[in-house]
Write a protein that binds this ligand. Structure first.
Ligand code: SF4
Ligand code: SF4
Length: 302
């Protein structure tokens, strides 16, 4: 019954895990990643340690973590000669789209199974990829992406915590084939063969989250927002199929955005174009900073 509702909401895969504390191994791995300052300046990742350890602190009496995966693989891509935007940001902001759909799922659960719910979409301190593995939705790749067996990694994750009890799925024990392509092809050398991603070097972090001046001689290539390289080269994504969620279809406005349009963009135009886009996160100043870094790097290559 709940699976039919999930399909109706465009959810590609749903899994159930019993809400407990995360395993000590998973917690240690995260703590080591923070100790090594791999999180760059994302200091919020240091906070709410207790909640990251135990999702029951997000919802009193939580019994089940329901993990939902939404396909965002684009049906269309940008031309190669325009500043590149990561695939996930070509459509409408997933925070809005996934949240709207999970709120409907949560309402359905309350009406049909009772209890309380809480929806999480990348804003609450929950270890979502850990729970996705526990709920049988996918496995972790060396590139730190959650990979759905046979479907790839171009998926957004969202969770519904509920006090209702659902039978738990078996955790996904598949593993990434460890071909090493993501390690070799990462333009920033941010991925270790052991599967640690140093976010402070990652172009996705630097172009989206980082607010200061970009490091000198940073080679962004033509990437003005985010980076898809470690997903693009992953063999598991050969099976990726375009999303059927219409809100994730790339907007014509974004597909046609060129360097001149970004360089000359006013704050008003930025707000109008990106009001419902994840790109608003980087702000106009950040987008134009990234463009200048791309142009400086490309000039240096001539
Ligand atoms: S997003 Fe790009 S820079 Fe970041 S780890 Fe993946 S390949 Fe490397
Ligand atoms: S590119 Fe290879 S090593 Fe990297 S996540 Fe994919 S399968 Fe694993």
């Amino acid at each position: 019954m709940i699976l039919a509702k999930a399909v109706e909401l465009g959810i590609s895969k749903v899994g159930f895990a019993r809400a407990t504390a995360v395993s000590p191994e998973a917690y240690e791995r995260y703590a080591r990643w923070i100790e090594r300052h791999c999180h760059g300046e994302m200091s919020y990742l240091e906070k709410y340690e207790d909640v990251r350890r135990d999702p029951r602190l997000l919802l009193d009496g939580a019994q089940t973590v329901i993990v939902c995966a939404f396909n965002y693989y684009p049906s269309q891509f940008q031309r190669a000669d325009v500043p590149q935007i990561a695939s996930y940001a070509l459509g409408r902001d997933y925070h809005e789209v996934v949240k709207e759909r999970l709120m409907q799922l949560a309402e359905y659960i309350r009406e049909n199974f009772g209890g309380e719910t809480r929806v999480c979409v990348d804003t609450a301190p929950i270890r979502e990829r850990y729970w996705a593995v526990e709920a049988g939705v996918g496995f972790m790749g060396t590139n730190n992406q959650l990979i759905l067996p046979g479907r790839g990694s171009y998926y957004f994750l969202g969770e519904v915590l509920t006090t209702a009890v659902f039978e738990a799925d078996e955790p996904c024990r598949d593993s990434c084939m460890g071909c090493g392509r993501c390690v070799k092809m990462c333009p920033a050398g941010a991925i270790s063969p052991e599967g640690y991603v140093d976010a402070s070097k990652c172009l996705s972090y630097l172009t989206i989250e980082y607010r200061g001046d970009l490091p000198e001689n940073l080679d962004l290539g033509n990437r003005v927002y985010g980076c898809d390289e470690c997903q693009r080269v992953c063999p598991h994504n050969r099976s990726a199929r375009p999303t059927t969620i219409s809100e994730f279809a790339p907007s014509d406005e974004l597909l046609s955005l060129d360097a001149q349009a970004i360089a000359e963009m006013t704050p008003q135009q930025f707000s109008a174009i990106f009001r419902h886009s994840a790109i608003k996160r980087t702000r106009l100043a950040g987008l134009q900073r990234n463009l200048r870094a791309c142009q400086a790097g490309l000039k240096g290559d001539e």
